[in-house]
Design a protein around this ligand. Structure first.
Ligand SMILES: Cc1cc2nc3c(=O)[nH]c(=O)nc-3n(C[C@H](O)[C@H](O)[C@H](O)COP(=O)(O)OP(=O)(O)OC[C@H]3O[C@@H](n4cnc5c(N)ncnc54)[C@H](O)[C@@H]3O)c2cc1C
Length: 385
């Protein structure tokens, strides 16, 4: 047998990357995770540590000052940060989400203007598609943009915007031709200092409490004409293509949360004694752990396959990116719930991280399209011909 057979094996660089992100996450991010959650504060320490190590926006190509990490590497970074703090993992994840429309469809000038400061970790990016009345049905958005001389003027509001208020750059989808439905939507880049851009109050959430989620208001928000991403009318396509590339990153976040809960549960069951022995000795507990580990590993492999296919630029990514996000997030919810169960009463308290992980896992089933919407995308792909 040839020992160099490397199908289904990560590259050595990927494994080395995992080791260094894990070391950084455990040293610099994990110690603050409980407090970030408790105080519902932005994980500034995580931003600084990630930026210093070049991990805040690893996916940005070298040409724009980034690390040029491939999609699998980006997933590994997000996964390892999420293993200790899901809120912090939204720094690299949403930097990718916010910049992907520009990378996919933006002009060279726009890339040069926006990407370097994100790559360096100086600022972060957000992605603004959803509106209060346009969530799953995002194409029914009401935010408008019209050209006024050499400026676009935006009016309307976006909601649920991750890292809203912290980020400096926002990719914003808005209707430019109301008669054309989804083909009348365009994508823009808005800066926090642009006139008419206002950030609303933070949502009070179940989990990912360290990542602010805010409404954005555009009140005659005026931006230069060249801040449009691609041609007018291509914004919704760009928004959906972006999700093909970023749903695997939510899968990676989910895998990281699940792994964090599994690791905590493994350690606990070996220590905790009932009936005169470690609870890890009971087969009922062992089978739970085995299922948790099996499903987490299956989710991880699916996420890496989806990311690798996106990296290769394969067509028809819809099925695999939705499947990876949907499966991994359902696994994260199940694994974290079972981790709480294995801790017994202690799992229900904030003395241990598993209750935070269970709360954090829930969002992965909702954002970047709920898991019902992922199943619709998968079914549409299955029934296409
Ligand atoms: C913490 C948080 C962060 C977020 N971050 C961002 C962000 O950064 N940028 C951004 O643009 N958006 C963001 N979102 C928005 C998120 O993507 C939406 O909440 C999500 O797409 C669902 O939209 P909705 O909340 O309007 O739910 P709705 O669309 O109202 O759905 C309600 C329920 O109906 C179900 N449903 C809807 N339509 C169908 C259907 N056709 N078939 C079956 N079931 C259906 C849904 O699955 C869900 O269970 C975030 C949301 C949250 C909570």
């Amino acid at each position: 047998m040839d020992p160099s057979f490397d199908t289904y094996k990560l590259a050595e660089e990927h494994e080395a990357l995992r080791e260094s992100v894990r070391a950084l996450a455990e040293k610099e991010i994990a110690p603050h995770a409980a407090e970030v959650d408790e105080q519902e504060r932005y994980p500034q320490e995580a931003l600084e540590a990630l930026a210093k190590a070049g991990f805040a926006a690893v996916h940005v190509p070298e040409a724009y000052g980034g690390q040029g990490a491939d999609s699998v590497a980006t997933c590994i970074v997000i996964e390892e940060v999420a293993r200790v703090c899901a809120s912090s993992s939204l720094i690299p994840a949403v930097n990718k989400l916010g910049t992907m429309p520009i990378l996919l469809s933006g002009s060279e000038e726009l890339k040069k203007a926006v990407l370097p400061s994100i790559a360096s970790g100086e600022v972060t990016a957000s992605y603004a598609l959803s509106e209060r009345e346009a969530g799953s049905d995002a194409a029914s958005m009401k935010t408008r943009a019209h050209l006024d001389g050499d400026h676009w003027v935006l009016n309307g509001s976006k909601c649920w915007i991750t890292n809203g208020g912290v980020s400096k750059w926002y990719t914003v989808m808005a209707v430019t031709d109301p008669d054309k439905g989804a083909n009348g939507i365009s994508a823009f880049v808005v800066h926090a200092d642009d006139p008419g851009f206002v950030v609303g109050p933070k949502e009070k959430k179940l989990g990912i409490k360290g990542s602010p989620t805010a409404e954005l208001y555009f009140e005659n928000c005026t931006i230069p004409a060249d801040r449009i991403i691609g041609e007018p009318g291509t914004g919704f396509k760009t928004a959906l293509r972006t999700l093909d590339h970023t749903r695997p990153t939510i899968g990676a976040q989910a895998v990281g949360i699940a792994q964090g809960a599994l690791d905590a549960a493994r350690a606990y069951v070996k220590e905790r004694k009932q009936f005169g022995r470690a609870i890890a000795d009971f087969q009922g507990v062992q089978f739970m752990l085995a299922d948790m580990a099996m499903k987490t590993e299956a989710a991880r492999q699916m996420v890496y396959v989806a990311a690798a296919r996106a990296e290769r630029g394969e067509p028809n990514l819809g099925f695999i990116s939705s499947a990876a996000k949907c499966f991994a997030s359902d696994v994260a919810m199940e694994v974290t719930t079972n981790a709480v169960q294995l801790f017994g009463g202690a799992g229900y308290t904030r003395d241990f991280p598993v209750e935070r992980m269970m709360r954090d896992a829930k969002i992965t089933q909702i954002y970047e399209g709920t898991n019902q919407i992922q199943r619709m995308v998968m079914a549409r792909s299955l029934l296409r011909d």
